[in-house]
Design a protein around this ligand. Structure first.
Ligand code: ADP
Ligand code: MG
Length: 455
């Protein structure tokens, strides 16, 4: 696995880049030459003279011509300055209007050659320009890359620095296996990078993009596979003996009957927890499909094998709800539960910390504050992340490292197509809960504006 993709060369090696400019590049997250040349444009401007005979009302046009009169300025009631002038082309005369670019009055005189880009109003033969540049259009099409800018660093400076960076004859490591490159007839990497900044044709640009995107996804999947294999090889520090009969007994105390998918998911979790490799399971299921109870049963299994469980949720409300819920579900058991959120008092927090460390607490439910603070568990065996898409991988890792590589159960209601889920979560095993609890009303998904939230 490639480490960050850093090149040996630094920005200071680029001609024309002083310390001040380099700092601005850093602001854009560009620190090395490799960062620089792989900083692709987010958009391109195509400089190609519009065929004015074919354009329709409202079309965006690019034309060049000669200024016919000194621009006039008028100020509207809301203080917007409107600059107006005429240009002549080979076949026609157009009105051009620009807003708030007064400096143009100093630059434009009768006879000045200009390029105008803007929206065409057919009836009035008027172009409302977004950009007016001194000069004429070249006979061939020009593609201008537009980069993300920051104050003091415009797209042109960025472009020039990138060109300079591409000139430097340094080695760009091409990690894609030869067999793949040949199979897809990929462009060489360096050429592909050049093509992104200065496309030579639509086809070449598409080929370049395909080549570079392929590499990105290739590495992503490689990492996922790496994580998966690493997990499979890991020595399991936790070994559990959980009689399934005890789990079934507990299930029979629940106030409702579990659905088929819930039961299947629970069975998979049981298999994971008692297996030789660490669990990393992702449970997917619509809102209301009953993921919480599955999480609680996993907690119960973990408890039966004498380990602590941590349940992370993204919001305080959800943490409190889960806590109330858990207290009810676990009424008849010896599971010791606590709630930890940012509104937990300092005194209470200290008690919780102490109990987690001594092993007195079996189940902790909380928000991110769970992770941020320096929690010490006595024997953390299972981490559950509810609404897991709201947690970063880093946050999950952080908690994971607190214990003895505990098992991980992630849950989400965000519907992700299976193939996509396999790609995104390729290092996890996936369970889906599709069957709805009995008597459950149909879930309706509707669109509402923010201002309707109160209703
Ligand atoms: P989600 O999957 O969105 O997290 P919850 O776990 O919050 O859904 O479940 C929603 C509600 O359905 C809860 O009140 C829960 O007690 C209830 N529930 C869960 N499973 C069943 C079931 N098999 N039969 C009836 N009600 C159930
Ligand atoms: Mg839920």
């Amino acid at each position: 696995i490639r480490k960050g993709g850093r090149s040996e060369m630094e920005l200071a090696d680029i001609k024309g880049l002083g310390p001040k400019k380099i700092l601005l590049f850093h602001k854009l997250g560009i620190e090395t030459i490799e960062d620089l040349i792989t900083n692709y444009p987010y958009q391109y401007r195509i400089w190609k003279r519009s065929d004015m005979k074919k354009v329709k009302d409202g079309d965006k046009v690019i034309i060049d011509g000669i200024v016919e009169n000194s621009p006039t300025v008028s100020v509207s009631s809301n203080r917007i300055k409107r600059i107006l002038f005429r240009i002549s082309t080979l076949n026609n005369i157009y009105q051009v209007c620009v807003f708030n670019q007064e400096y143009l009055c100093r630059q434009l005189h009768t006879g000045t050659k200009v390029i105008v880009i803007g929206k065409f109003d057919l009836k009035r033969n008027l172009i409302t320009a977004e950009e007016v540049r001194i000069g004429t259009l070249p006979p061939h099409t020009i593609v201008e890359p537009i980069y993300l800018q920051t104050e003091g660093l415009n797209t042109k400076t960025i472009f020039l620095a990138i060109q300079e960076g591409l000139e430097q004859d340094f080695f760009i490591k091409d990690y894609l296996p030869k067999s793949i490159q040949e199979k897809y007839h990929f462009l060489p990497k360096k050429l592909a990078i050049k093509e992104m900044h200065q496309p030579t044709s639509t086809l070449n640009y598409q080929k370049a993009k395909q080549r570079l995107k392929y590499e990105e996804i290739f590495f992503y999947l490689l990492k996922i596979q790496y994580l998966k294999r690493k997990r499979e090889k890991e020595e399991r520090a936790i070994t559990r003996n959980i009689p399934y009969q005890k789990v079934e007994e507990f299930i029979s105390t629940l106030p409702f009957e579990l659905t088929k998918d819930q039961l299947e998911t629970i069975k998979s979790i049981w298999q994971d927890l008692t297996a030789a490799k660490r669990m990393n399971r992702f449970v997917q299921g619509d809102v209301g499909s009953g993921k919480t109870i599955v999480a609680f049963i996993a907690t119960y299994m973990n408890f039966l094998s004498h380990y602590q469980t941590a349940l992370m949720v993204p919001t305080e409300i959800l943490a409190t709800q889960h806590y109330q819920n858990a207290k009810q579900i676990f009424q008849g058991t010896k599971i010791n539960i606590s709630l930890l959120t940012s509104s937990t008092s300092k005194k209470e927090k200290n008690q919780i910390y102490q109990k987690l460390e001594s092993g007195e607490l079996d189940f902790i439910i909380g928000t991110q504050s769970l992770i941020q603070e320096n929690l010490q568990f006595s024997h953390l065996g299972l981490i559950i992340a509810d609404e897991q898409h709201r947690f970063g991988v880093k946050q999950r890792e952080q908690l994971k490292n607190k214990g003895i590589t505990p098992d991980v159960l992630s849950m989400s209601a965000t519907p992700i197509p299976r193939t996509y889920a396999l790609t995104l979560y390729g290092d996890m095993d996936i369970s889906s809960i599709k069957t709805k609890p009995k008597g459950r009303k149909e879930i309706i998904t509707i669109y509402r504006e923010t201002k309707q939230i109160k209703d």
